[in-house]
Design a protein around this ligand. Structure first.
Ligand SMILES: C[S@@+](CC[C@H](N)C(=O)[O-])C[C@H]1O[C@@H](n2cnc3c(N)ncnc32)[C@H](O)[C@@H]1O
Length: 273
């Protein structure tokens, strides 16, 4: 087995923490996501993953978020079996393998060029799936994707590394390019941005969260073609019962304090031209 050396820094390095979270979840007796490919991939990367100090609760949290996005993706594909899926900031997430879209679906995994190169070396090619190496803030990336079908854009763990103007530009670019569809992503509140110093994995990666969203409805004012469909707090995700007891208690307490409850949100928007 060949192993890959990885020397990412900052936001790019955080993809190793989420990959490791899914790998740890898959080792558990009752996994939420059960992504054994993440575990195999971790074994193929020469890297000290323990430096993230991920607890079992944090790993389960990563898996819960991933599972919710998988379910939203599967729902969209059930309604649109000929859809385009655009997976932004894909890192080393094997969503395309977990969701296993039907043959009619066109799938694009997008991340920085060096991340995409690593992905090519670690994962097998999959029919219908293409990789695009680009920053999502580069105005050119959408040109590589045909804009002719219902489109799901999914971005997990990405938006908090953008800024308000780059996020707004991204929303316009998506709606200008694709005829109709959904944009699903998670976001951190401004309080979450302030609390980032307590995030050990983030500190270990040397990454900084830069964009906080206070009110998901505010994004509707960015573009009249953009409508909020679903707002789900991370602490309200199903599968809370798979968390270790002290994390379950913490979630119950967090739910009672609105600003804390809304520190991490999973959002689903609809768009149409
Ligand atoms: C926390 S990781 C999440 C990776 C993956 N979605 C997952 O859940 O495992 C953040 C990802 O966003 C990517 N990223 C951050 N800023 C980006 C940008 N401007 N353009 C493309 N990718 C970006 C990083 O390279 C990294 O893969």
């Amino acid at each position: 087995m060949t192993t890959e050396k990885v020397a990412f820094t900052g936001a790019r390095q955080t993809l190793l923490a989420t990959l490791y979270g899914r790998a740890l979840d898959s080792r558990s007796d009752h996994p939420v996501l059960g992504d054994t490919m993440a575990e195999e991939t971790v074994r193929r990367i020469a890297y000290d993953f323990t430096r993230f100090h991920l607890s079992r609760g944090e790993a389960t949290g990563v898996a819960m978020r991933g599972r919710q996005f998988d379910e939203w993706t599967a729902q969209f594909l059930a309604a649109h079996p000929d859809a385009t899926v655009v997976h932004l900031g894909c890192g080393l997430d094997g969503r395309v393998f977990r969701v296993a879209p039907p043959a009619g679906v066109r799938w694009f995994d997008v991340d920085y060029p060096e991340v995409v190169e690593l992905r090519r070396r670690l994962y097998p090619e999959r029919a219908g799936c293409r990789l695009i190496g680009s920053s999502v803030t580069d105005p050119e990336w959408t040109a590589e994707i045909p804009g002719d079908r219902p489109t799901l854009v999914v971005a997990e763990g990405l938006t908090m590394y953008l800024t308000a103007p780059t996020m707004e530009a991204l929303v316009h670019r998506i709606i200008d390019r694709f005829p109709r569809g959904q944009f699903v992503f998670d976001a951190v509140s401004p309080l979450g941005i302030r609390a980032q110093r307590f995030n050990r994995a983030l500190r270990a990666a040397g990454a900084t969260l830069t964009w906080g969203l206070d009110d998901p409805r505010r994004l509707e004012s960015w573009d009249p073609r953009f409508t909020l469909l679903t707002e789900l707090a991370a602490v309200d995700l199903p599968w809370i019962d798979r968390l270790p007891p002290h994390y379950r208690i913490a979630c119950r307490i967090m739910k009672l304090i609105p600003p804390i409850r809304r520190m991490g949100l999973l959002l689903r928007y609809r768009f149409s031209r």
